[in-house]
Ligand binder design. Structure first.
Ligand SMILES: Cc1cc2nc3c(=O)[nH]c(=O)nc-3n(C[C@H](O)[C@H](O)[C@H](O)COP(=O)(O)OP(=O)(O)OC[C@H]3O[C@@H](n4cnc5c(N)ncnc54)[C@H](O)[C@@H]3O)c2cc1C
Ligand code: SF4
Length: 328
């Protein structure tokens, strides 16, 4: 049995107090919300924070509001199951919930949170292993070593961004609210991420993601397609989030964001641009999906073969575009 390492558990009374606790403990502290990603990682000693700052109990982070226009604000501590059950959210933000619905399993969605899913760690076959396994071959860059087992000559880590909701939130044009020692700021969800499998979040170590804001759909339609070995529970090994705006038969707006094929959610504007301004016919969809697959850079560090995953990006982008247009 894998056991948790020893740590101190702090229970702040507000998000501001949580940021203060993070500041007080420097790099030795980490936030924990549902714990469904962090605690297994601690058991495998991928991470060993001395202090956990719990935020899952904070009412201020569990509010879920949907305005009459359809715009939604989800507190970062809202569980994925709470989001799925919310009637107004189901009506107004079906695209976001499509991605939420395929995160892990019902039991994990009961504990896992909106914020935790956006901040979930990157993944790699050489990293998501027990300490014994990793020490036997030597720790890699993401674990403080000096070599990457996937790309030996690379100066960086290529672990894979594996959040289901992040690509969808970016495709929908969502923003994130962050609390830090200097106050609040609101940023596009895309800017939460760095293109680095090890330091994958662009937040300051003292910042807490407090809410996700989804704009009103205003005629935008969306779809999410996820590739994984088992439909019952696995992380994505490639995914495609598409948001589309049609003026009659003509596409007048499109965003395509790929998941699990880079160290950050990968927006592919050059693929979306191949659809904008024209009718949504088979040739246009084929060209856009081909371009998206060209830009996807899956490596040999997740489940299933990486050349096949790259080819499948074309398939899932095609499916997502057709589904968003109501032609699945
Ligand atoms: C078997 C299994 C299958 C899974 N399958 C999937 C899957 O298919 N798709 C998927 O996306 N995920 C999957 N996950 C990962 C995880 O369950 C979800 O991503 C979940 O939503 C994480 O939320 P959490 O609240 O439990 O995060 P936690 O584990 O509490 O935290 C995750 C990370 O986010 C940070 N964090 C949490 N909240 C905040 C915040 N408010 N501000 C700043 N940082 C924060 C933590 O410090 C930590 O680094 C799976 C996990 C398991 C164990
Ligand atoms: S990509 Fe390389 S450095 Fe990053 S976790 Fe995998 S083996 Fe380690």
């Amino acid at each position: 049995m894998l056991r948790l390492p020893v740590f101190s558990y702090l229970r702040p009374g507000s998000p501001v107090e949580a940021t203060q606790m993070l500041a007080d403990h420097g790099g030795r502290a980490k936030l924990v919300a549902g714990g469904t990603d962090l605690l297994p990682k601690m058991k495998r000693r991928q991470l060993a924070p001395e202090v956990l700052v719990a935020i899952g109990h904070l009412d201020a982070l569990r509010q879920l509001e949907v305005s009459p226009s359809g715009a939604a604000t989800l507190g970062a501590g809202t569980t994925l199951s709470q989001a799925l059950r919310h009637p107004a959210l189901r009506e107004q933000q079906p695209g976001y919930l499509e991605a939420v619905r395929v995160v892990s399993t019902p039991a994990l969605r009961n504990a896992g949170t909106v914020g935790g899913n956006l901040c979930v760690d990157t993944r790699c076959n050489y990293y998501d292993m027990t300490e014994e396994w990793r020490s036997a071959i030597g720790f890699c860059r993401k674990a403080g070593g000096e070599v990457c087992r996937v790309a030996a000559s690379s100066p960086r880590c290529w672990a894979v961004s594996s959040s289901d909701t992040a690509p969808m939130a970016i495709a929908l044009g969502a923003t994130a609210l962050l609390a830090g020692p200097d106050g609040m700021r609101e940023v596009p969800v895309a800017s939460l991420y760095a293109d680095d499998g090890a330091a994958y979040l662009a937040l300051a170590a003292t910042e807490v993601l407090t809410a996700l804001r989804l704009p009103a759909s205003e005629g935008w339609r969306s779809a999410y397609q996820k590739l994984r070995r088992r439909a019952s529970m696995d992380f994505p090994v490639a995914s495609a989030a598409v948001a589309l705006h049609l003026d009659g038969p003509v596409v007048d707006g499109c965003r395509i964001v790929l998941g699990a094929v880079a160290s950050h959610p990968l927006e592919v504007p050059s693929a979306a641009d191949l659809l904008v301004g024209g009718e949504l016919d088979d040739d246009a969809i084929d060209r856009a999906a081909t371009e998206a697959a060209r830009l996807a850079k899956p490596l040999d560090n997740t489940d299933l073969s990486f050349p096949w995953r790259k080819r499948m990006v074309k398939v899932i982008v095609e499916r997502a575009v057709r589904q968003a247009a109501g032609r699945a």
